[in-house]
Design a binder for this molecule. Structure first.
Ligand SMILES: Cc1cc2nc3c(=O)[nH]c(=O)nc-3n(C[C@H](O)[C@H](O)[C@H](O)COP(=O)(O)OP(=O)(O)OC[C@H]3O[C@@H](n4cnc5c(N)ncnc54)[C@H](O)[C@@H]3O)c2cc1C
Length: 460
């Protein structure tokens, strides 16, 4: 005996995937090791007064979801987003409401561009309908078979090939939308591009159309408080090694390097970090993670200090092709019921290639570019920006390239390692990362861990 700390399960990573696993396992001896000085990972907001500034994920899944069940356990609740979710600004025209099918006619485009936009839009709508049909469970089919069928859907070609040749301005419109997946249309699989539109084009029926009042940060403050000593921040895991107890997890703490023993380990960090940690004990898992592409996001969280109504008050999300950022979000929108409060909270971001190029600039340069475009988009925003903070997400999201159907079963082949005590949790089990996929994967890993702990680790 070494006298080292030992746990039933160590969770590597304190994002929603890891904390979902830890929350399910809170009655066991569980320890979460988080590299950063806060919990939440890519779900990050900071409160100011009754508002919050968002820097990462913000749209929550509906009641009944894995994320929502944690939120309810904590005595919190999400609210539906009522502002326009599918707006688009092009040239001097800003469309915030109305049917997206009519956008080709309402945007300042030439005749040829309108026709190409309408054709590609119709193709996409058909694709969305086909995807939804493919996603429907069939009688007698288990989850694995459904998944196999779903990942085989439109997996051979890229989203750009699916859309077909487009005039440059129309291609820019679709690129701005595809950048929400942190990639370009020529990188995404057709399925991944279509899936993106399933998520963002459905308005109130969308898979993600809720906000947490107080911001995502409020969820992690509550989780941190409830999990207490089961969570350690500023603890970056550097190695997972075999040990007679199960596994030895080494991390660099605030001052020194430490290790803890664990019977089971849930690895809940993004693929580029997870793969090296698993290379030695579970090379097959590391290989599958290597095959999941990720892309960057660069966001600017903006605190505004207006005294009255603003032109964006009814807007939640606006796509902004041809600008330095590709999306504009009004995160104060859910607080715009009843009398107009002073102040506000906005976020803009770039994804994919545009984000990668901007990452080469200093924060101040990024801020200046984004704000210049914001003032051009909404002249009323000039003079009311009280604070604007750049947030760099080198790993903004995961996406699927063509051929993803081969990767999925490899990712799902866990638990991994000779002792089958290494579990994956993350947002990469779907075509496109989302908090719900991450939380669902964490909950599933916890279910397998709990079963294995109950059986008393047959490997021992
Ligand atoms: C700008 C932006 C907007 C988004 N918008 C939405 C949205 O509206 N809705 C939605 O559903 N999703 C959205 N997403 C995606 C969503 O944020 C992610 O899919 C989800 O949060 C992933 O959770 P995770 O726990 O798998 O990973 P992460 O949130 O990345 O958490 C991983 C954690 O592991 C930690 N870590 C890393 N390495 C180590 C190590 N070696 N040791 C210990 N800890 C480590 C990290 O610090 C981090 O806290 C958005 C993402 C971004 C960046």
């Amino acid at each position: 005996m070494t006298g080292e700390e030992s746990y039933d399960v160590v969770v590597v990573g304190g994002g929603i995937a890891g904390l979902s696993a830890a929350w399910s396992l809170r009655d066991r001896r569980v320890l979460v090791l988080e590299a950063g000085d806060r919990l939440g990972g890519r779900m990050y907001s900071q409160p100011f007064g009754e508002y919050w500034i968002n820097f990462g994920a913000h749209l929550f899944p509906p009641p009944g979801s894995a994320v929502d069940s944690i939120i309810r356990d904590l005595g919190m609740a999400t609210v539906p987003v009522e502002g326009g979710m599918s707006g688009m600004a092009l040239g001097d025209r800003i469309l915030t409401h109305g049917r997206v099918e009519a956008y080709p006619l309402r945007l300042p485009l030439t005749g040829g561009e309108r026709l190409a936009f309408a054709r590609a839009g119709a193709k996409l709508q058909l694709g969305v309908r086909r995807y939804q049909r493919a996603a429907r469970s069939r009688p007698g089919e288990d989850a694995e078979a459904r998944n196999r069928r779903l990942f085989a859907f439109e997996d051979e070609r890229t989203f750009a090939d699916f859309l077909g040749p487009l005039p440059p301005r129309v291609a820019q419109i679709f690129a701005a939308l595809a950048n929400r997946a942190t990639a370009e249309p020529a990188q995404l699989s057709a399925a991944c591009g279509i899936h993106l539109f399933v998520m963002v084009w459905q308005g109130r029926d969308s898979l993600i159309a809720f906000n947490l009042v107080g911001g995502p940060g409020a969820l992690f403050a509550a989780l941190g408080e409830r999990l207490g000593e089961r969570v350690r921040t500023s603890a970056q895991v550097t190695a997972i090694a075999a040990d007679p107890a199960g596994a030895r997890v080494t991390y660099s703490g605030a001052a020194d390097e430490r290790s803890v023993l664990a019977r089971q380990v849930v690895v809940a960090v993004p693929p580029p970090t997870a793969a090296p940690l698993l290379r030695e004990l579970a090379p097959e898992a590391a290989g599958a993670l290597d095959a999941v592409p990720t892309g960057p996001f660069l966001s600017l969280g903006i605190r505004t200090s207006e005294r009255g109504a603003m032109p964006w008050d009814g807007v939640y999300a606006l796509s902004t092709p041809e600008r330095s950022f590709s999306m504009f979000f009004n995160h104060a929108q859910v607080l715009r019921r009843g009398p107009r409060r002073p102040d506000g909270s906005l976020m803009v971001y770039a994804g994919g290639d545009a984000a990668a190029r901007l990452m080469e600039l200093e924060d101040g340069q990024v801020r200046d570019r984004f704000l210049a475009d914001l003032y051009d988009l909404f002249p009323a925003s000039r003079g009311i920006v009280a604070d604007a903070t750049v947030q760099r997400w080198q790993v903004g999201n995961v996406y699927s390239r063509p051929g993803r159907r081969e990767v999925q079963p490899r990712l799902e082949a866990g638990p991994f390692g000779a002792r089958r005590n290494l579990h994956l949790a993350g947002d990469y089990f779907a075509h496109l990362g989302s908090m719900e996929t991450a939380a669902g994967a964490g909950r599933e890993a916890a279910r397998v861990v709990a079963a294995s702990l109950r059986e008393g680790d047959p490997s021992q």
